[in-house]
Design a binder for this molecule. Structure first.
Ligand SMILES: C[S@@+](CC[C@H](N)C(=O)[O-])C[C@H]1O[C@@H](n2cnc3c(N)ncnc32)[C@H](O)[C@@H]1O
Length: 309
């Protein structure tokens, strides 16, 4: 497959900026750990371009991890189950979506979740107070055709099978096996402002203090990490400022129009922030500020802010 595969549609996916994120990896990363893996866009791309040898995908959303596990380890089975669901909806798409959603909320089978993600509004998960999936369908779409879904699933399985650990725990428990000398952690927590302690957009949620404590813990371990944290739409900045004493390098990427602003019918450009740990900065054999010169990196020198020096 020439294009990077991505069978799981997921709002908040870092697929569009995965190449820029990977350009900040040193060449000798052994294991990539994603405490907030979501659709695993960064790990899939890292495997695709050979930027890490092993992967640890963690997300508090258990059905999502179960889905990733099925895609990676039993690809033919989940592709066939998806195909069956997709074909059985034809001519009664709306009723089928409601039935699948009800069944998913009781039985939680991965293929049901994949079908819901492929058909729901803007691929954005929503949960009610009981933790049940309650997002509605996008009635204009039938969801990805089973042939192309199968191709994406098989390609992801080929990239990650036999090389990936999957867990579904709170992010603070996801780095127990970190080897700071050779592993890299990519953190993509739910944005502040879109999440509080309870977040209807994702499963779970985090607060600012526990994130900062976690980053301090990673610093104490001398870990290499990249954090996607706040962002900016035009002049409006999302997220509380991270403390300077974490010693992070701050870079911004022009990520174009966000799915969220598209959802709200706005056309603002979104800038995604990336923060590099000082340990990663030391281990790179180039100055990340120089990336602004490369064509695939949209950050202009004016948008770079260096918190470390
Ligand atoms: C912004 S999304 C990650 C998107 C991902 N980078 C991708 O490319 O698809 C944040 C993820 O954090 C997960 N999450 C929320 N609270 C968490 C927690 N306390 N521990 C671990 N994961 C959590 C959510 O389920 C969600 O999938």
């Amino acid at each position: 497959m020439k294009r990077m595969p991505q069978p799981i549609p997921y709002q908040g996916s870092k697929r569009n900026i995965a190449a820029q994120i990977l350009s900040l990896f040193p060449n000798d990363v052994y294991k990539l750990i994603e405490p907030f893996a979501g659709s695993a866009a960064v790990s899939i791309r890292a495997a695709y371009v050979g930027k890490a040898e092993y992967f640890h995908l963690n997300d508090l959303n258990h059905p999502l991890i179960h889905l990733l596990e099925s895609i990676i380890n039993t690809p033919e089975q989940i592709a066939s189950e998806y195909e069956h669901l997709w074909n059985s909806q034809l001519g009664r798409e709306r009723e089928c979506y409601d039935e699948v959603r009800a069944e998913f909320n009781t039985r939680g089978r991965p293929a049901l979740f994949l079908y819901l993600l492929a058909r729901c509004v803007k691929a954005s998960v929503r949960y009610n107070l009981n933790g049940e999936f309650n997002q509605g369908p996008d009635n204009r779409r039938k969801g990805r055709h089973p042939d192309s879904m199968r191709a994406e699933i098989l390609a992801v399985s080929q990239l990650l099978k036999g090389k990936t650990i999957l867990t579904s725990v709170d992010f603070r428990q996801s780095i127990d096996n970190l080897n700071p000398l050779r592993d890299l952690v990519y953190l993509d927590p739910p944005y502040q402002g879109t999440s509080g302690r309870r977040d209807s957009r994702y499963c779970g949620g985090i607060d600012f203090t526990s994130l900062v404590e976690f980053l301090s813990e990673l610093n104490a371990k001398k870990a290499m990490y990249i954090l996607s944290y706040d962002g900016r739409k035009g002049a409006k900045v999302y997220g509380e400022k991270l403390p300077k004493d974490l010693g992070l390098i701050h870079l911004e990427i022009d990520a174009g129009r966000s799915t969220q602003s598209t959802l709200l019918g706005k056309a603002e450009v979104t800038y995604e922030s990336l923060y590099l740990s000082s340990e990663l900065y030391k281990r790179l054999d180039f100055d990340p500020r120089e990336l602004a010169r490369f064509s695939d990196w949209n950050t202009s020198p004016m948008q770079l802010e260096l918190a470390l020096l």
